[in-house]
Design a protein around this ligand. Structure first.
Ligand code: DAH
Length: 344
């Protein structure tokens, strides 16, 4: 039949048209031109009404076959375009794995945190646990219960930021001692360190800061004595400043300890010979310590005829300055990354 030939021609035409198409949208348009409601195939379909009735089913069948053939051409063109799109994408998005990466500057631990962690590790290694307390503290815990009543002249040693008459920014970490002793309702032995920020009304300069950090240590049990304290201090000094370090204790005064000592360590820079770091003496003062004053134990409900203990308190900045040779305490707070990255 002539018509059949014409229709097969339409299929070939569709095939050629689909082949030339460059993208999916265009392909859809072209498909509509052949198979759409107003497309070429429909135009043939509309001729059906003019045919004799007996030819109609055959014609209908023929049209359906043509539709199927065009659809197959469409599918083929579609999968060709899809393949091309994937290939294009692979080329466009190719990554050159040999290119050098963009460098990122990782942060580094602040030197104060580094020192705190070093000190914490030393004490954790000796079986201490870590306690923290509030920075806004009551006069009662910061002074009174540490054997520093209102009129006590030693209060002047720690010029304070008062918030109300009874509240202040803690001047030392020693109130955490009081809190821990009070908290311990069974009055059992205790072995803690308390790191944290403290505040004093100082004018900031090369060696002073109105806010700094301390670490306190407290041991209370039935027989902790001065030689235990000495052993602890020696361990701390050697782990912190080197195994050859020696320590010496000088008598001192703190209201919360009796007897009290000031602790010196042999200079780690000149090994005790005398240099600029130790101002020629060979010794460097690192902290204060002593046997816990009975008055402190009693105030917190510990029977001082049964319990005894020792305590020590150190300034973290001072340790950092000594250990890392920092010449200005303010460098620890001004957040100059070049300063901090030195110890990466
Ligand atoms: N609290 C003292 C201060 O800030 C430091 C100190 C000295 C703490 C002796 C202690 C200690 O626990 O026994 O100056």
């Amino acid at each position: 039949m002539d018509l059949m030939k014409q229709l097969l021609d339409v299929v070939n035409q569709a095939k050629e048209v689909f082949k030339a198409v460059k993208n999916g949208a265009e392909l859809q348009d072209k498909k509509a031109e052949f198979l759409g409601k107003k497309g070429i195939v429909s135009t043939y379909m509309s001729q059906m009404k003019d045919l004799p009735n007996e030819d109609k089913p055959k014609f209908g069948q023929m049209i359906n076959e043509i539709k199927t053939l065009i659809s197959l051409e469409f599918d083929e063109a579609k999968s060709r375009l899809d393949d091309e799109a994937i290939k294009r994408k692979l080329i466009e998005e190719a990554v050159d794995v040999t290119l050098p990466g963009r460098s990122m500057t990782p942060g580094s631990k602040h030197v104060l945190n580094r020192v705190i962690e070093e000190i914490e590790d030393i004490f954790l290694g000796m079986g201490y646990s870590i306690k923290e307390g509030p920075e806004v503290e009551s006069d009662l815990y910061n002074f009174e219960m540490l054997n520093l009543p209102k009129s006590h002249p030693a209060r002047d040693m720690q010029d304070s930021f008062y918030i109300t008459e009874d509240l202040l920014l803690r001047t030392h970490t020693s109130p955490v001692q009081v809190r821990s002793l009070l908290e311990n309702t069974k009055k059992e032995p205790l072995k803690i360190i308390c790191p944290g920020k403290v505040y004093r009304r100082d004018d900031d300069d090369q060696t002073h800061s109105h806010q700094f950090m301390q670490i306190e240590a407290l041991v209370v049990d039935y027989k902790a004595n001065l030689s235990d304290l000495k052993g602890t201090l020696l361990e701390l000094a050697r782990k912190m400043f080197g195994e050859e370090r020696q320590i010496r204790l000088r008598p001192s005064y703190f209201p919360f300890t009796e007897p009290s000592v000031e602790v010196d360590v042999t200079c780690h820079k000149c090994n005790g010979k005398g240099c600029s770091m130790c101002k020629g003496s060979g010794w460097i003062e690192i902290l204060g310590a002593g046997m816990v004053n009975n008055a402190v134990l009693e105030a917190s409900g510990y029977d001082s005829t049964i319990y005894q203990g020792f305590a020590l308190g150190m300034g973290v900045e001072r340790i950092a300055i000594l250990k890392y040779g920092i010449d200005d305490i303010r460098a620890l707070y001004t957040n100059d990354l070049r300063f901090n990255h030195q110890w990466k």
